[in-house]
Design a protein around this ligand. Structure first.
Ligand SMILES: Cc1ncc(C[n+]2csc(CCOP(=O)(O)OP(=O)(O)O)c2C)c(N)n1
Ligand SMILES: [Mg+2]
Length: 318
C-alpha cells in the first residue's frame, strides 16, 4: 500500500526533476542558437540528487552550489524566469545578468551561490554553518560539490573544521565519475569517496544518487543530526552527467557504452517505474512544467539587457 505521504513526495519529486530536465534542455538550445553568453554546465542525468536533497531542507536552511548549479537552484524553488534571464545575461536576472550561469544565486531562497572555483563553495557553506552556530539558530547548510572537488585541499580543511566544531552542515559529494575529462578512479586510490569521512570522525555513506527517495531519506537523517547539534555528515551520491563537462564539450573521453548504461538508469524513468504515480498523473505534471518552461524562456528572450550604467553599480559595497 502506498501512503499518501509517499504519493505526495513522488509527485513533488517528479515535478522538480522534470523541471530541471526541461530547463537544462532549453539552456542547451539557447547556447546552440548563440543567445547565451559563455558556457553552462548542465545537470542532465543528476536531477535526483538536488531534488531529493533539497526536499529534506526547511525554507530557512542554506545551500552552497557549484559551477553545475542550475539543478540545485531549481530544486530549492528559485524563480525559473529570473534564472533563465540571468543565464541569458538579461537585466531581469537574479544578478541583473552580471553573474550568468556560473555565478547564479538567490539569497531569498537561502542559495549562497554557484561557484566557478572548484571546491570554492565548500568553505562558504561551512562559514554559513558556523554563523548558524554562533547565532544559535537551528539552520542547516547543505554543501553540494563534485567528486573532483573532493581532491582539493580546501575540501579537507573545510570538512576538518566543520567536524571539529560540530557545525550544522551536510556535505553532498555528487560523484558523476569525472572532473572534466579526468576519470576520478584514475586519480584516487580509494574509489569510495564517502570513506574520507572516517578521517574526520564524522558519519559517511554512499548512496544511489539516481534514486530520489534514497537521497531524500539519507539527506534527511543527516540534516536531523546537524539540526540537533551533532555535527556534519558526508554523503556520496553516485550519479552521472549525460552531457559533456559543459555545453561545448562533446565528451569524447567517455565510452559510448558507459553513457548508455547510465542513461538506462534515468532517475525520472526510474520514478515512473516505481508506479507510485499513474501515467495520467505524470503526463499532467509534464504538461504543466512544459508550459512553465516555455514561459520562462519567452520571458528571458524578450527581456532587455541592462543599460551601460549598470556596469558601475553593485561593484563595491559602501
Ligand atoms: C580551483 C579550480 N581548479 C580547476 C578548475 C577547472 N575546472 C572547472 S570544473 C572542473 C572539474 C570539476 O569536477 P567535479 O568537481 O567532479 O564537478 P563536475 O564538473 O563533475 O560536476 C575543473 C577542474 C576550476 N574551475 N577551479
Ligand atoms: Mg565530477
Amino acid at each position: 500500500m502506498r501512503t499518501n505521504r509517499q504519493k505526495e513526495l513522488a509527485g513533488h519529486f517528479y515535478r522538480v526533476m522534470y523541471r530541471i530536465r526541461r530547463f537544462e534542455e532549453e539552456v542547451f538550445e539557447f547556447y546552440k542558437r548563440g543567445l547565451m553568453p559563455g558556457l553552462a554546465h548542465l545537470y542532465l542525468g543528476q536531477e535526483a540528487v538536488a531534488t531529493g536533497a533539497c526536499a529534506a531542507l526547511k525554507a530557512s536552511d542554506y545551500i552552497g552550489s557549484t559551477h553545475r548549479g542550475h539543478g540545485h537552484l531549481i530544486a530549492r524553488g528559485a524563480d525559473l524566469r529570473r534564472m533563465m534571464a540571468e543565464i541569458l545575461g538579461k537585466a531581469a536576472g537574479y544578478s541583473k545578468g552580471k553573474g550568468g550561469s556560473m555565478h547564479i544565486m538567490a539569497l531569498d531562497r537561502g542559495i549562497l551561490g554557484a561557484n566557478g572555483i572548484v571546491g570554492g563553495g565548500i568553505p562558504i557553506a561551512v562559514g554559513a554553518a558556523y554563523s548558524s552556530k554562533l547565532r544559535k539558530t537551528d539552520t542547516v547548510t547543505l554543501s553540494f560539490f563534485g567528486d573532483s572537488a573532493s581532491n582539493e585541499g580546501v575540501f579537507h580543511e573545510s570538512v576538518n573544521m566543520a567536524a571539529a566544531w560540530d557545525l550544522p552542515v551536510v556535505f553532498v559529494i555528487e560523484n558523476n565519475l569525472y572532473g572534466i575529462s579526468v576519470d576520478i578512479r584514475n586519480v584516487t586510490r580509494e574509489h569510495q569517496l564517502s570513506k574520507r569521512a572516517l578521517a574526520y570522525g564524522i558519519p559517511g555513506s554512499t548512496i544511489d544518487g539516481n534514486d530520489v527517495f534514497a537521497v531524500y531519506r539519507e539527506v534527511g537523517k543527516a540534516v536531523d543530526l546537524a539540526r540537533k547539534g551533532k555535527g556534519p555528515t558526508m554523503l556520496e551520491c553516485l550519479t552521472y552527467r549525460w552531457q559533456g563537462h559543459h555545453v561545448g564539450d562533446p565528451g569524447v573521453y567517455r565510452q559510448e557504452g558507459e553513457v548508455a548504461e547510465w542513461k538506462a538508469r534515468d532517475p525520472i524513468a526510474r520514478l515512473e517505474n516505481e508506479k507510485i504515480l499513474q501515467p495520467e498523473e505524470t503526463s499532467a505534471i509534464r504538461a504543466a512544467v512544459d508550459e512553465e518552461i516555455a514561459e520562462a524562456c519567452a520571458f528571458a528572450e524578450e527581456s532587455p539587457y541592462a543599460g551601460i550604467e549598470e556596469a558601475f553599480t553593485d561593484v563595491f559595497v559602501e
